[in-house]
Write a protein that binds this ligand. Structure first.
Ligand code: ADP
Length: 389
């Protein structure tokens, strides 16, 4: 089978004109982050923010052109709008609802006022955005994000779930969603809907077994598109499943999304190894309040006798959370039903609504909602108001 190269892709893109500027998108230096791997092509097209909404046909033309090359299996082109230096970010959160003027709005204002962090993304209609993060992979971050999102919905909030774990998207599996999202107007994508939650994941666009190699600008571009170019509608809470770890990619995300707060998920060992502390410090560094720590796989719940084994000791997370000055939101046991439910795409909050586990997740979602509605409780600092008279 023919193997496609980066230069062939660029040559093809030289035939795609910018409709406004009289030149092709390669000569105009608009193509960035080109990655070609085993026939899968990814790139972004950088455009001025004000032209972004009109240029979806250009993006599609670029995708079609590359798709026509022999040896190309899939193409993902993304529009990236780079804010020019000196241009200020749009301010404030949308009006309405108890949380609107509080955590979300302040997070947006705080970061808008900070300057510096170019490319911060605003999402109209979304009152609060919570990151679910972990110091390392495999601690149950995605399981927690899914169950919290569903629990918000069960508790009565309008909720979205963004799978920002672009290196290992798990939402198609954990929410049992197949198929691709559609774009009725050719400009913005409708999220998928399942279990009362609006969901967006890069996993809907790229086959699950496709190895993904992301370069810096691509990460930003993918996140921008999944936040800004999705019809989230009116949401009370958007839960963001972050990529695991505390590296540069995570830091960039924490900076570029107007987060109302973050939740750190960790296991007892993780707490002992201080990985959770790294996560906490990362958010503090970018001035995002940590709403609390959740201890997952806290103890082993035996499926046979119902007994509880505290394999890694007990109470460590709570004590550590106190030491770190942040709230301990709760503990979730290592439980066979949680694993089976989560890997079957049927979150336990829904499949076993009467269970102790469902109650734990609902209580944590309730506590988080209360904190979002009350900035003082959330630890969200009030941004200084600038009055122009
Ligand atoms: P992460 O997002 O941190 O990489 P996942 O949520 O993908 O972790 O979880 C890793 C694996 O552990 C999955 O198979 C999941 O079903 C399982 N798992 C997560 N939390 C629990 C739990 N409390 N009890 C049992 N299995 C769990």
């Amino acid at each position: 089978m023919a193997v496609v190269s980066e230069s062939q892709v660029l040559d093809a893109l030289r035939c795609v004109p910018d409709p406004d500027r009289g030149g092709d998108i390669v000569s105009l230096d608009m193509v960035s982050g080109l990655t070609v791997k085993d026939g899968h092509v990814l790139f972004s097209i950088e455009v001025d923010p004000e032209r972004g909404p009109r240029l979806e046909p250009l993006r599609q033309a670029a995708e079609r052109t590359v798709q026509a090359l022999p040896g190309v299996l899939s193409v993902t082109a993304m529009l990236t709008a780079h804010r020019q230096a000196g241009q200020s970010a749009p301010q404030g959160a949308p009006p309405g609802g108890p949380a609107a003027g509080s955590a979300a709005g302040q997070a947006a204002n705080r970061r808008g006022g900070g300057g510096g962090a170019g490319g911060r993304i605003e999402i109209e209609g979304v009152k609060a955005i919570i990151a679910v993060a972990s110091g390392k992979g495999g601690v149950g971050k995605s399981t927690t994000a899914v169950n919290l999102a569903v629990a918000f919905g069960v508790n009565g909030q309008r909720v979205g779930l963004l799978d920002a774990d672009i290196y290992g998207p798990s939402m198609p599996r954990m929410m049992a969603i197949s198929g691709k999202p559609t774009s009725p107007d050719g400009q913005r994508i409708d999220p998928m809907h399942k279990h009362g939650v609006s969901v967006m994941s890069i996993g809907f666009m790229v086959p699950e077994d496709t190895p993904m190699i992301w370069r810096g600008p691509m990460v930003q571009s993918a996140l921008t598109q999944m936040l800004r170019d999705v019809n989230w509608g009116e949401l009370d809470v958007l839960v963001v499943d972050m990529p695991p770890g505390t590296g540069d990619a995570q830091l960039t995300m924490a900076q570029s999304v107007p987060l109302s707060g973050a939740v750190i998920v960790s296991t007892p060992q993780d707490i002992a190894l201080l990985d959770a502390r790294k996560g906490l410090n990362m958010f503090r560094k970018v001035d995002v309040p940590v709403l609390g720590i959740i201890e997952n796989m806290s103890y082993f719940a035996c499926p046979h006798c119902g007994g509880r084994s505290e394999i890694f000791g007990y109470g460590g997370a709570k004590a550590e959370a106190e030491r770190l000055g942040c709230e301990f939101l709760g503990e979730v046991p290592l439980d066979l039903h949680i694993r089976e439910a989560s890997d079957a795409g049927e979150p336990i909050v829904l499949t076993q609504p009467e269970s102790e586990h469902a109650a734990i997740f609902r209580a944590m979602a309730g506590r988080l909602w209360a904190k979002l509605a009350d900035p003082a409780a959330a630890g969200v600092r009030q941004a200084p108001r600038i009055l122009i008279q």
